[in-house]
Design a protein around this ligand. Structure first.
Ligand code: FAD
Length: 378
């Protein structure tokens, strides 16, 4: 039987699952030093970084459960190096810093965050498939070497091998980070803000008013709240994913663009870009297309069963890069949004930038590139 829903929740213990619905008392009338709105990986990471930085009392609110948005449906790959072929250098640098911070968190968070170090192997019919750049850290493999790592390929392929990338169960990471937070309340939506001068003085929520010292909006796409003058263009891009039944083959970690082998020998595949599909429903034909794609590259997988299938939406700005900035015109409000297809990877470094900025009152150097005002004229 196929479960419609991401595998990630089922990999958690009952105790961990309960953290996703954590609902501490005391929202109405609260006066936190830092209020974080949004309980995806960006919000949870930011709240954790602010608490760690000693920024005083930190309260996180989430309208659903933690990880209910894009975060809970992500593939969870932490792969900066392959993005050298597709992303500009400053962005790859951000991603590299993201992976390094995940490694730090794996050491510093009690029980770790569930980081799994894996190799990434990109298949190409021939090496011109990757010829645009010759990034560092790549080992070029001939078809014989690729066949040794991935037996059963339908045809000979060259490959690009990159060691020491990583993957994570995004919900496990959310749970481990959220478990250490001082105050988290799910099931509470921010509905409007009141601004006095250049400060947010009140955030109205479904559970009462909050009077924050500083506020961080981490709502996936930019927040649309009464009283908040914020107009940053964004959309969302749906993606489908599936996890197979345990496979009889062994892959060397992530084999792009085919699949990633996860726990129990199961294969995680997909990550489609279903432009224009706004339906929240899983489309069976997209899932079927992913299954057929697996068998086309690896014929031994023909007929493999699907254990989990799901879809979710990536928040995106027009240039496909995130915003990490203050809310224009406000002195105590920050925003991070539009993390598109690398929000899991970039969450801890984004969180570090924001917490340092809130602490110092000055933007860290990394921040300039990801401004909220770069879309003027869109
Ligand atoms: C198919 C797919 C595959 C992906 N694969 C990867 C990958 O391999 N690696 C990677 O790094 N990234 C990946 N991503 C991207 C990643 O999932 C996102 O970039 C990231 O999860 C965004 O996190 P977020 O916290 O900004 O948003 P979200 O996870 O959407 O969290 C925002 C939260 O804010 C809450 N919220 C919104 N409005 C309010 C309000 N008014 N009051 C209270 N709460 C509110 C929402 O309920 C939501 O829980 C993938 C995405 C998809 C869809």
């Amino acid at each position: 039987m196929t479960v419609t829903g991401a595998i990630w929740r089922d990999q958690l213990t009952a105790k961990e699952r309960s953290v996703l619905g954590r609902a501490d008392d005391g929202v109405a009338g609260a006066r936190p030093d830092v209020l974080v709105i949004g309980g995806g990986i960006l919000g949870v990471s930011t709240a954790a970084a602010c608490a760690e930085a000693g920024l005083g009392s930190v309260l996180l609110i989430e309208t659903g459960r933690l990880g209910a948005g894009a975060t809970g449906g992500a593939t969870g790959l932490l792969i900066p190096e392959p993005h050298q072929w597709s992303d500009p250098e400053p962005f790859v640098d951000l991603e590299r810093a993201g992976l390094e911070r995940w490694r730090d968190l794996e050491q510093s968070v009690p029980g770790g965050v569930g980081l799994v170090e894996v190799d990434w192997l990109g298949l190409a019919p021939h090496d011109s498939g990757y010829a645009a750049h010759q990034p560092r850290a790549v080992e070029w493999l001939n078809p014989g070497q690729v066949a040794e790592l991935v037996p059963g390929l339908a045809r000979p392929m060259e490959g690009a091998l990159i060691h020491r990338q990583a993957r994570i169960n995004p919900l496990r990471a959310v749970v481990r980070l959220a478990a250490g937070l001082p105050a988290v309340t799910t099931g509470v939506a921010a509905t409007s803000v009141e601004i006095s001068g250049d400060r947010v003085v009140r955030v109205a929520t479904s559970a009462g008013d909050i009077h924050p010292g500083a506020v961080v909006f981490a709502t996936g796409r930019p927040p649309v709240l009464d009283g908040l003058p914020l107009h940053i263009p964004s959309d969302r891009v749906k993606g489908h994913l599936l996890v197979t039944e345990p496979a009889d083959i062994t892959l060397p970690g992530i084999v792009a663009p085919v699949a990633t082998q996860i726990e129990n020998g199961q294969l995680l595949a997909g990550g489609t870009f279903d432009l224009g599909d706004e339906s929240p429903a899983v489309q069976p034909e997209v899932i079927e297309g992913i299954v057929q794609g697996l068998a086309a590259v690896l014929p031994p997988l023909r007929g493999i069963g699907v254990a989990y299938q799901w879809c979710c939406f990536r928040p995106r700005h027009p240039d496909r890069r995130p915003v990490i900035d203050m809310v224009p015109g406000l002195a105590n409000a920050w925003l991070t949004s539009g993390h598109f297809r690398t929000g899991i990877l970039n969450a801890p470094v984004t969180a570090a930038v924001l917490s340092r900025w809130i602490a110092a009152g000055e933007p860290p150097v990394e921040a300039g590139t990801w401004s909220a005002t770069r879309f003027a004229g869109h």
